[in-house]
Unconditional design. Structure first.
Ligand code: ATP
Ligand code: MG
Lengths: 414, 233
């Protein structure tokens, strides 16, 4: 390897046989390039979908009632189920140790909000402080509703960015009073929501205040619960599935719903959905890997073919070299040295080129489904090594044969 | 310098076997210039290739410069070829992608000489064959005669004991043939042993001894009075 004369020989052959070198290099470089780009896109798709899911707290369990569809214990079907504060309190009492964050929601659609001359119709959500994190809201100014607001049924309100734009124009809303159904609420904060415009056209108040101010009694419309984190994804899915089942049983019993009635209580388990998606993603990734491996195999076959042809083409030259006193090992060494050198350089060029492409083009990809396409560097390096070894092996056998045949036979080769 | 006795060689082709050399006995002293003649297919090339260790005999003994040549593996054969022998082929056998100088320097590479030394020595042999100005040219930029002179320089470069030439003038016109033979005679004048296989009588007359081969045996072995090639150019 460190024989300078050997290097001289190699460089000379490469310089003088540009086309051959180029073709070998091209098949290796393009193989690596295609593989890396494919794996990058596969990873990007996975990242893109993972990001979609991260937008809502991903181990969220979301409960909303419906209408019964079966007769049960003398009660007719078609009965609308109404969740109550007691349901929420009891769930916290029974399962609180499993839960991370929780909030119940009392919601009023189409409430008219007035500020000065401006007014508009928005949804007003009565809820708990944890709602902010559960819904991934971020505050642009002020604060969110807190426990103190809740306990004292304070008339505090956090408004969405859209509401601020509509009612306050350029004004700072913090501390201003907004009228809803004749009740004055003091704006304490402004939020933005990753859900966008539609989700920012609402206002959040303490649930206690909302139930009193809007005649909600102790009714609630929805429950939001997240579970304490588990060690891994599968354990989290199992825990959340088990909890969803318990929750369903509990609520059905509380509201006298037939155990097999599927329309009265809806429990939406995001983690279970996510798992399905991740399984799908794994399948897609597997597919990309399959295609990638096929590409590598094609590359290996290509390199092998080229090596076979190169050795065949050089048979006569090998005969001449042997007549001049070349040792068999030096013949094998010469061919392998060249093939390893060319495939390695080409492989790394393909690698660098494709990684650069991913690096610069990757962040520019603005679709929902591909995000930050990257490639495991070790995988890429290994691929190059595999191709180099394949090239070397593919070159070795014909070189070995050529080095062993009688020089006269090699010389006679046309 | 060369001593062979009872040399046999046959080629196997499927079930058949073609007996080409049927007991050759030959002694060549140092400094001889010998031509091997014979009709096509008589086994001249076969004999020369065995002498050059490019091929192996089936039977018989071969001693080269006091070294018995037998049971050769490819490694030792390569060493001997490099040390003892220089080849000149009818079809030149230059490496196409190497220029004249690099072709001449190649045997020196296999002798393990440093690059500088290789270039110096190769250059001096190119000068000797009158092609110093063509050192940077590729074989396909040279005429047949020039190619053969490069091949001769290459054969000489490793300073071999014996030069083996298989129809060195076979691909050349008469004038160029004589120029090449002049060079060969010159090299022989310096004391080097040379064996030339040829079809042509005029070429054979330019050597000092003619061995005639027929059906795998030597039928005639005569000393001739050498015709100097230069006189005929
Ligand atoms: N590799 C081989 N396999 C089979 N037969 C061979 C082989 N080489 C030579 N022969 C046969 O051996 C015989 C002698 O061949 P050789 O090349 O020695 O002849 P030659 O005297 O050099 O002939 P020419 O003057 O035509 O070059 C020929 O009949 C040839 O067909
Ligand atoms: Mg012949």
């Amino acid at each position: 390897m460190f024989d300078l004369d050997r290097w001289d020989e190699i460089f000379e052959t490469i310089r003088k046989n540009k086309l051959r070198t180029f073709l070998t290099g091209l098949s290796v470089a393009s193989g690596i390039f295609i593989l890396v780009v494919l794996l990058g896109i596969g990873e990007g798709m996975r990242n893109g979908i993972a990001r979609e899911f991260e937008q809502d707290a991903s181990n969220l369990i979301f409960v909303f009632p419906g209408v019964t569809s079966k007769e049960y214990k003398g009660l007719n079907p078609g009965r609308r189920i109404q969740l109550k504060n007691q349901d929420y309190d009891q769930i916290l009492r029974l399962y609180g140790d499993k839960l991370d964050k929780s909030a119940s929601l009392y919601q009023n659609w189409g409430q008219v909000l007035n500020y000065g001359k401006e007014s508009g119709s928005y949804a007003v959500h009565g809820t708990f402080p944890a709602y902010q994190e559960l819904e991934n809201m971020s505050l642009t100014s002020g604060r969110f509703i807190d426990l103190h607001d809740l306990e004292n049924s304070e008339k505090a309100m956090v408004i969405g960015h859209r509401v601020k734009l509509d009612l306050f124009k350029g004004e700072d809303p913090i501390g201003k009073m907004v009228q809803v159904s004749g009740v004055n609420f003091k704006v304490v904060g402004v939020f933005t929501d990753p859900g966008g415009e539609r989700d920012e056209a609402r206002a959040v108040v303490p649930i206690t205040t909302a139930q009193k101010a809007f005649g909600g009694a102790n009714n609630i419309e929805r429950l939001y619960l997240t579970m304490k984190p588990e060690d891994n994804f599968d354990a989290a899915v199992a825990a959340s599935n088990q909890f969803s089942a318990q929750l369903e049983d509990f609520l059905k019993e509380q509201h006298t719903v037939a155990p097999d009635d599927n329309s009265a209580i809806h429990i939406n388990n995001y983690l279970e959905n996510a798992k399905r998606f991740f399984t799908l993603m794994d399948m897609i990734r597997l597919f990309f890997w399959g295609v990638g491996i096929c590409t590598i195999i094609a590359g290996v076959v290509g390199v092998s073919n080229i090596m076979l042809i190169i050795v065949k083409e050089r048979t006569r030259e090998i005969g001449i070299r042997k007549a001049l006193g070349a040792q068999p090992l030096s013949i094998i060494g010469m061919i392998l040295h060249e093939s390893i050198f060319v495939t390695a350089i080409a492989g790394f060029l393909g690698l660098i080129f494709s990684l650069t492409l991913l690096e610069f083009i990757g962040p520019m990809i603005e679709t929902q489904y591909i995000y930050n396409p990257t490639v495991n560097f070790t995988v890429a390096i290994n691929t190059v090594v595999i191709l180099v070894i394949a090239g070397a092996l593919a070159g070795f056998f014909p070189a070995w044969r050529a080095a062993r045949i009688k020089p006269i036979t090699a010389l006679r080769d046309e | 310098m060369i001593e062979i006795s009872n040399l046999h060689k046959s080629y196997k082709m499927g079930a058949n076997s073609l007996h080409v050399l049927k007991g050759i006995n030959l002694k060549v002293a140092e400094g001889e210039l010998l031509s091997i003649m014979g009709s096509s297919g008589s086994g001249k090339s076969t004999l020369l290739n065995i002498l050059g260790m490019l091929d192996e005999a089936d039977e018989g003994s071969y001693v080269l410069d006091g070294v018995p040549i037998k049971n050769l593996n490819e490694k030792i054969a390569a060493k001997y070829r490099n040390k003892f022998l220089g080849f000149i082929f009818q079809s030149f056998n230059l490496i196409g992608y190497k220029n004249a100088l690099d072709n001449v320097a190649l045997p020196l590479y296999y002798q393990g000489l440093s690059r500088g030394e290789r270039t110096d020595r190769a250059m001096s042999y190119l000068e000797k064959v009158g092609l110093a100005d063509w050192s940077g040219h590729l074989p396909n930029e040279l005429s047949g005669g020039q190619k053969q002179r490069v091949a001769i320089a290459r054969a000489l470069a490793s300073d071999p004991k014996v030069l083996l030439a298989d129809e060195p003038t076979g691909a050349l016109d008469t004038k160029t043939s004589y120029e090449v033979m002049d060079l060969i005679q010159e090299i022989n004048d310096e004391g080097r042993t040379i064996l030339v296989v040829t079809h042509e009588h005029d070429i054979a007359q330019m050597t000092k001894r003619i061995v005639n081969l027929k059906d795998g045996v030597i039928i005639e072995d005569t000393v001739v009075s050498q015709v100097r090639a230069l006189e005929n150019v």
